[in-house]
Design a protein around this ligand. Structure first.
Ligand code: GRG
Length: 307
């Protein structure tokens, strides 16, 4: 085993491993795969490649690749395709964070506990880092040897595009300073945050060769619920967390006068909504039984996380 994975991580990820061990093992594998997918900083143009690596490596919870892997496990998919698909989703996520932090968008200086990419490398290079991470995501997805690749490319592109994440971001930018109904807020977040989380589950699911009838619908219902729960919890953490624990600037939403679950529903109702969505997610996948164990544990993590 490579030293990059580290001696504290078990040799294999057995079915009976604790969730913490399962996560550490897969996060280390994903880190290694991202490391080898990203061009080395020694390759020209060196500064762009260095900045891409700065944006992606050594930080982040890796929730999206873990969802790909957990959904794949739930349907008996082979690990190699899942890992590569997980990397592709994480590259899209990293690109979105780099662009989101730019002065023309959220204008943030701290991400994953370190200066944002435009602070470290300048705005023009940060734009290019996002662009290049996005195309690298689709290049690596297209290179996977699996019959479901065309479906995976379509799912990821739709989730990241104007009907998904980029569209949600456009709605978000237009909403600052204005009131929003709970329904409009939900629509925005289903696109901005939910679409990529849903795509993560779908990418894992389509790697499974023979899925019993109803499985895709159950996984979709799970993904819809945790996608929204993730955002509700994010809004709660923005109010309750510290910049040190979050690794990003706390209190940004209020500073930018943005509608959030906390500003629209209040803290207590937001907590109740997260708990309801957690229940919905668990109910949706209950019929999938023990193979869906990691999806259940990830749903728990989404609502109990503090960063
Ligand atoms: C610029 C096209 C474009 C889209 C940006 C994702 C996004 C859209 C903006 C990020 C703003 C934000 C903080 C949204 C809340 C939910 C979210 C995506 C949080 C960050 O994801 P985590 O917590 O981050 O998984 P790590 O660093 O752990 O990967």
């Amino acid at each position: 085993m490579s030293s990059a994975i580290g001696s504290a991580v078990p040799e294999r990820s057995p079915a009976e491993a604790s969730f913490a061990d399962w996560m550490r093992w897969h996060a280390a594998r994903i880190e290694q795969a991202l490391e080898s997918t990203l061009p080395p900083a020694s390759e020209q143009p060196g500064t762009l490649h260095e900045a891409m690596r700065y944006a992606v490596l050594g930080g982040g919870k890796r929730v999206r690749p873990l969802l790909v892997l957990a959904a794949g496990e739930a349907v008996g998919a082979t690990p190699a395709a899942l890992e590569a698909a997980g990397c592709a989703v994480e590259l899209i996520h990293a690109y979105s964070l780099v662009h989101d932090d730019l002065p023309c968008m959220d204008d943030d200086v701290l991400r994953r506990g370190k200066p944002t990419v435009h602070v470290a490398y300048g705005e023009a290079l940060a734009m290019l880092v996002g662009d290049a991470l996005q195309t690298l995501a689709f290049e690596s997805l297209a290179r996977i040897a699996h019959p479901a690749v065309p479906r995976m490319v379509a799912e990821l592109a739709a989730a990241a595009g104007s009907r998904g994440m980029a569209g949600g971001q456009a709605i978000d930018l237009a909403a600052a300073g204005s009131a929003m109904s709970p329904a409009a807020l939900e629509d925005m977040h289903r696109r901005k945050t939910g679409a990529l989380l849903r795509a993560s589950v779908r990418l894992g699911a389509v790697c499974g060769a023979e899925r019993p009838a109803g499985t895709d619908a159950r996984l979709d219902a799970y993904a819809e619920a945790i996608g929204l729960a993730f955002q509700v919890v994010d809004d709660i953490l923005d109010v309750e967390g510290s910049s040190a624990s979050l690794g990003k600037t706390a209190g940004k939403d209020a500073d930018h006068d943005k509608p959030t679950y906390v500003s629209v529903l209040g803290l207590e109702q937001s907590r109740q909504m997260a708990a309801r969505l957690h229940d919905t997610a668990l109910t949706a996948i209950a019929p999938l039984g023990p193979p869906a164990r990691r999806l259940r544990e990830l749903a728990d993590l989404v609502v109990t996380r503090n960063s």
